[in-house]
Design a protein around this ligand. Structure first.
Ligand code: NCD
Ligand code: ZN
Length: 353
């Protein structure tokens, strides 16, 4: 058997699904992402949500202002779709040069989604304009309502909402964000319309058993929730296949420790401090480290029709322990795999462009 490689240099990756929050929280987390990733699609679920191009421009300015000195990072902004998003706002997004897509949260599906879409029919004019102007639709693909089992929310959403939407708008570029099920992978692979998907590190590395291992693990609770082992296997197979429709999107979603370790905890896994290392672990476990680069650095850029990055990053096989907690605004936050030892570590790239 050949000895395992000790360094891995790839084109600098991008994160195609990220929550950066705002204010002091933004300042606490941004550096972790900028260290590894050249660009990120920044989710608009602030309070209040980022629903207009004007608001997105201001949020973008705040992100740039919060960037630690010496780092380069380009925030790609998104608009939060509501029942009342106008075609004119879609036109402004298309013309802006910095809005990379519009995010659909079914109302009530996840954190800060109460202003989300109550019925896709209400957004028909916006979808039509997005299709015309080739603006990407990013979808939180979960059905809502107490009648839908939490483990079936993705497949039910695909069947009831996404498949008909894609049939109505075959030219609309859609990203099924954080795909978590075999059904989701199969839907993307079936090739209806122009659908791609992002995959998170936690859904590649864990099934739902990990949330209950030895007790309740709130820091692994996210939405969509971790699924069955057969789902995880389908996600890994999709990620390592070299299929350009699957790419990296961490869904790193920071919540302060107290908001996770409580009677009614927030959904979200904070993976940013070790994101690329965690993906490397998943790809290595699958025996396909050679496919990490296309998944992390090529497929997303190609789908979004943005240039691939020029810079490179290097991962070194050097054991390190993820901190138990990190500062977050005035409080603290527990990162994914806190206290665990990882085999790969990113050599400090200092945000080379
Ligand atoms: C996200 C958040 O906290 O903003 N939470 C999560 O569990 N992924 C929202 C989301 O993307 O669903
Ligand atoms: Zn998210």
């Amino acid at each position: 058997m050949s000895s395992p490689v000790s360094t891995l240099t790839i084109t600098r990756p991008d994160d195609w699904h990220l929550h950066l929050r705002d204010g002091a929280e933004l300042a606490s987390v941004l550096g972790y992402t900028a260290r590894a990733f050249a660009r990120a699609i920044v989710m608009p679920n602030l309070r209040p949500p980022v629903t207009t191009v004007k608001q997105a421009a201001r949020y973008r300015d705040r992100i740039r202002a919060a960037l630690p000195a010496g780092m380069s990072f380009e925030p790609l902004m998104t608009l939060y779709l509501t029942d009342t998003t106008s075609p004119a706002e879609i036109d402004r997004a298309a013309a802006s040069g910095f809005v990379a897509g519009v995010k659909l949260y079914p109302a009530g599906a996840t954190t800060h989604s109460d202003a989300g879409v109550t019925s896709l029919a209400r957004c028909a004019a916006a979808f039509e304009r997005m299709e015309e102007r080739d603006v990407v639709l990013q979808v939180h693909g979960e059905a809502t309502g107490d009648d839908v089992d939490p483990y079936d929310r993705e497949s039910v959403f695909i069947e009831r909402e996404l498949a008909p939407l894609v049939a109505r708008h075959p030219g609309l570029r859609v990203v099924l964000e954080h795909v978590t099920t075999r059904a989701g992978v199969e839907f993307v692979r079936a090739g209806a319309g122009k659908v791609a998907a992002t995959i998170t590190p936690q859904h590649l590395l864990y099934n739902r058993g990990a949330m209950f291992r030895g007790g309740l693990r709130p820091h692994l609770y996210c939405l969509p929730i971790l699924k069955r082992e057969r789902d995880r296997e389908a996600l890994v197979a999709a990620a390592i296949a070299g299929d350009p429709r699957f790419f990296l999107g961490t869904d790193s979603a920071p919540h302060e420790r107290y908001a996770k370790e409580t009677a009614c905890g927030c959904a979200g896994v904070f993976s940013a401090p070790a994101a690329l290392e965690l993906y490397a672990r998943a790809f290595e476990e699958a025996g396909r480290l050679d496919r990490l680069e296309s998944f992390s650095s090529f497929n997303g850029a190609d789908f979004y029709r943005l240039p691939r990055n020029q810079g490179r990053v290097t991962l070194e096989r050097r054991a390190w322990t993820v901190p138990e907690s990190l500062p977050f605004g005035a409080g603290e936050i527990v990162p994914m795999c806190a206290g665990e030892t990882l085999a790969w570590q990113l050599r400090d790239a200092g945000g080379a462009p």
